[in-house]
Unconditional design. Structure first.
Length: 297
């Protein structure tokens, strides 16, 4: 299945890789209307941990004037039956939003190691993957560890390439993939670049979020000092070379959306939040090659 949302995408006018941002469902449609003129090309709608309080069909109508790349739900479906039912509802409504990607956490059994969550993962996501395949929709697992570890995961087992291998073996559906970003791998001190080459066919959506690793603090104190040694950043303020990221994505024929995940940068926040997001937008567009210039006929 092609990456991104439902409209045809080629490299003309950078349709293959669009740059957008995340908008919370409770802020729609006002926020979409406010920030569309800033140059964002698409939007991910996130529902946080639950669909409670949201009228999906009303929201579909409110979002129609905008290009929706993905809808996201970040509950724990391995421990909550309500979350499983909400996943079903969002998968079945995704195409009404004009997109074919539903993102979220894989869930976790939080009192046991990642590998012991796999039987429950198979039970839940075999059914959800089947529904997604029937709807022509793909499920993209966010790669955030939520502060958990391998032995005591929190909310999400899909934070490590080792877990991805296990998960996709348990449920070998082409409808299952990743909502990937370099930041969460850098927090784990993994090199994100080789992951693009290895996992590109499973990357269905990308979060535009970066990290700054404080190597001087790590060298002096190690990683168990209680100090924050990694900052989450807007793209353009962190350590990732997004020119390389997008070049590798294009070299393997990837198509889809990079949506900026804001509200994490420790510097460009509060009054500077949208300043940071628009800088990240312009930076990512520059990394994509700048203004599209058609070849002379």
């Amino acid at each position: 299945m092609p990456g991104g949302n439902l409209r045809a995408m080629d490299r003309a006018n950078h349709e293959d890789i669009r740059i957008g941002t995340i908008v919370h469902a409770q802020d729609c449609p006002k926020r979409l209307t406010q920030i569309q003129p800033l140059g964002f090309e698409c939007f991910q709608i996130t529902f946080g941990g639950s669909l409670a309080g949201h009228d999906l069909m009303k929201l579909v109508e409110e979002c129609k004037p905008h290009n929706i790349s993905c809808v996201g739900l970040y509950g724990n479906p391995l421990q909550s039956e309500d979350s499983v039912e909400e996943w079903k509802a969002l998968i079945q409504s995704a195409r009404s939003f004009g997109c074919d990607v539903v993102s979220g956490f894989a869930g976790a059994l939080e009192d046991r190691p990642v590998d012991e969550s796999l039987p429950r993962f198979r039970e839940v996501f075999s059914e959800l993957a089947s529904i997604a395949e029937g709807e022509g929709v793909r499920i993209a697992f966010e790669n955030c560890d939520m502060g958990g570890t391998w032995h005591r995961p929190k909310w999400n087992i899909a934070h490590s390439p080792r877990a991805w291998e296990m998960m996709f073996t348990e449920v070998p559906s082409p409808a299952l993939g990743l909502e990937w970003e370099p930041c969460h791998q850098m927090v784990s001190f993994a090199n994100p670049m080789p992951q693009i080459r290895e996992w590109h066919s499973r990357i269905f959506h990308i979060h535009g979020k970066d990290a700054s690793v404080q190597h001087d603090l790590i060298a002096k104190y190690g990683i168990r000092s209680g100090l924050n040694v990694v900052w989450h950043r807007h793209p353009g303020f962190g350590d990732t070379n997004w020119t390389d990221v997008i070049s590798v994505l294009r070299s393997v024929g990837w198509r889809g959306a990079i949506d900026i995940e804001g509200w994490h940068d420790p510097v460009y926040r509060d009054e500077l939040e949208m300043t940071g997001q628009v800088y990240a937008l312009e930076y990512l567009k520059a990394c994509r090659g700048g203004r599209y210039v058609p070849n002379p006929s």
